[in-house]
Design a protein around this ligand. Structure first.
Ligand code: N01
Length: 547
């Protein structure tokens, strides 16, 4: 989570030491990287984060209603330590931001991580030296540190995207991006609030804001599918079951794309339309992602099946929203599940409130902002507070913001000018000894992120051990390996309906961003590939002896 171009003046720079590894970011990925490299492998490690504390995403995204937008407790957590699993008490099935943050704070304290993390520190430069085979980083606090390995755990959803509507900077009221929410409470009481964006952040925050505000106007560009989260207290039996079966559940999570749930092997053609409808109803009542993973094989591949499930969810929206005109505007028309699935807590019902209005930007686009209003083609909307739930330059954005300079001084911005090529989603040709956690081309958001970070980091650790054991000073993926990896990722994505939808998965939310599918859709297979590559003597990599 640490990267800006705000730099210290050269004469302010202090040499602050030499380490085996530098970790950038203190979210799920960075904290685990620090623990693994330092405590399991005995390396000297220094970590940095631009935030004032641990948490990464969970430090920044404090907007009202923020919760894990996936099946969460107890699975959205580290799995490597039985003791940690046993001692942490999750309270709800869909964990709140505050609870995840408390967990990560506990993790940092329990493993004594804070002493090696420098907070409130942004990396202003990261540069590889081919002669020494080391990375040098400079910070905006005036420090210069070197290390053989650079671990970038900079966050998949970190670089906030702000729309550039005419006059938006002239808006004189409070303006908050959901991904940069203030630490002090924001009071909506008696206020007219405008919310732009209806992704996970908008859909989670709108019901909460509407409970307090005098009026909320939602500016929607794309209507969304959302499934009921059905959040509830987690039972002691559920927690005990997880703890007792921790070993086998972890193995199941690894084998099943990050979650312990069985996915359906049944074909839609085996059931009649009435039987299918009954199944969808049951899965809807169950809540969470079950409708997406447990109906029939191929929901994200077969257009007809997807259309049927899409229509089922549209029916649910029609049932929930009383005003037919508002319901019409809320009808999603892309393939169900091809944008990030959203779990909601009363989002559609919120439109039945007197104090909530919906503006469909496809029919009534924003023309400009004034000091106190949003002017659309059809009218003017007076607002006191503007909430930008407009998402992120996802996955590649945070690496580009860090913009490390590799071999020959080549910057990542130059290298990724047209495509963000990686090998295994963890390394980049031309950037030796640099490893990414949840980088482009890895499963990232398509897997359970804490478990994915653990497994990627364990692979990186083994790779570092391989270098050390064999007198090697540098490792770097080859351009050919990147080209093949790129093909592999694309082939998997092209087999599905994902590429047919404009989404942040495709880079479509950021004007001018190259269209490229962002991740590896088969998480379990991905980790098998990592193991195969290592077993084959790190196939696709070039090594240099220690200089
Ligand atoms: O961002 P988004 P998000 N004018 O990109 C709209 C994760 N997450 O912050 O769909 C008007 O999904 C945009 O419209 P469109 C999760 O993985 C996790 O909600 O591009 N509107 C969309 O409606 C999630 O998927 C958690 O047409 C504009 C919205 O803004 C990811 O983060 C919680 C616009 C952005 O939706 C991102 O979610 C929340 C413009 N110029 C999120 N530009 C937790 O687990 C964009 N939009 C806690």
């Amino acid at each position: 989570m640490a990267s800006t171009t705000r730099g210290a003046q050269p004469n302010d720079v202090r040499d602050e030491g030499e380490y085996d590894a530098i970790v950038i970011g203190a979210g799920f990925g960075g904290l685990y990287a620090l623990h693994h490299l330092r405590d399991k492998m005995g390396l000297s490690v220094r970590a940095f984060d631009g935030a004032g504390g641990v948490g990464g995403t969970w430090w920044y995204n404090r907007y009202p209603g923020a919760r894990v937008d996936a099946p969460s407790s107890p699975f959205y957590a580290y799995t490597f330590s039985k003791e940690l699993v046993n001692e942490w008490e999750w309270t709800e099935t869909q964990t709140s931001q505050a609870a995840v943050l408390a967990y990560l704070e506990h993790f940092a304290d329990r493993f004594d991580l804070r002493r090696d993390i420098q907070f409130d520190t942004w990396i202003s430069d990261a540069r590889y030296d081919e002669n020494t085979q080391r990375w040098t980083i400079e910070t905006d606090t005036g420090d210069r540190v070197t290390a053989q390995f650079l671990i970038c755990a900079v966050g998949a959803l970190f670089v906030a995207h702000k729309p550039d509507y005419p006059g938006i900077n002239d808006f004189a009221g409070e303006c908050h991006h959901t991904g940069r929410w203030p630490h002090e409470p924001v009071s909506f009481s008696g206020k007219r609030v405008g919310v732009i964006g209806t992704g996970s952040s908008g859909i989670q925050s709108i019901p909460e804001i509407a409970k307090e505000a005098e009026h909320v106007t939602v500016f929607q560009r794309t209507p969304q599918y959302a499934l009921p989260a059905r959040n509830r207290p987690i039972t002691t039996e559920e927690l005990s079951q997880y703890r007792e079966n921790w070993d086998s559940l972890r193995a199941t999570m690894c084998a099943r794309g990050g979650w312990p749930f069985k996915t359906s092997r049944r074909r839609a053609s085996e059931d009649s339309p009435a039987q299918r409808r009954a199944l969808y109803e049951g899965l809807w009542d169950q809540g969470g992602i079950h409708l997406a993973i447990n109906s029939y094989v191929g929901v994200l591949v077969d257009k007809d099946l997807n259309n049927e499930v899409s229509e089922f969810v549209r029916d649910k929206i029609r049932e929930a929203v009383r005003d037919p005109e508002t319901a019409r505007k809320l009808m999603p028309d892309y393939y169900f599940g091809t944008k990030r699935l959203i779990l909601d807590n009363g989002y559609f019902e919120t439109y039945n409130r007197e104090n909530v209005a919906l503006v469909d930007l496809r029919e009534d686009p924003i023309e400009a902002f004034t000091g106190s209003s949003v002017r659309t083609r059809k009218g003017e909307h007076k607002i006191d507070i503007l909430v930008l739930a407009t998402g992120f330059d996802a996955v590649s954005g945070s690496m580009l913001k860090l913009n490390p300079k590799g071999r020959g001084g080549m910057s990542l911005v130059e290298k990724w000018d047209e495509r963000f090529d990686t090998y295994l989603g963890t390394t980049i040709a031309g950037f030796p000894n640099l490893f990414m956690i949840h980088g482009p081309g890895s499963p990232g958001v398509f897997f359970t992120m804490p478990l994915g970070a653990e497994r990627q980091m364990e692979w990186v650790g083994n790779c570092i051990r391989h270098l050390r054991d064999n007198g090697l000073g540098a490792i770097e993926s080859t351009p050919d390996a990147e080209t093949l990896w790129d093909k592999e990722i694309k082939q998997i994505a092209d087999h599905t309906l994902y590429p047919l939808t404009d989404s942040w998965y495709m880079g479509a939310n950021i004007p001018g961003k190259p269209r490229q599918f962002v991740g590896h859709l088969r998480g379990s297979q991905y980790f098998e590939r990592l193991a195969e590559v290592a077993e084959a003597g790190y196939e696709g990599f070039a090594f240099e002896a220690v200089r």
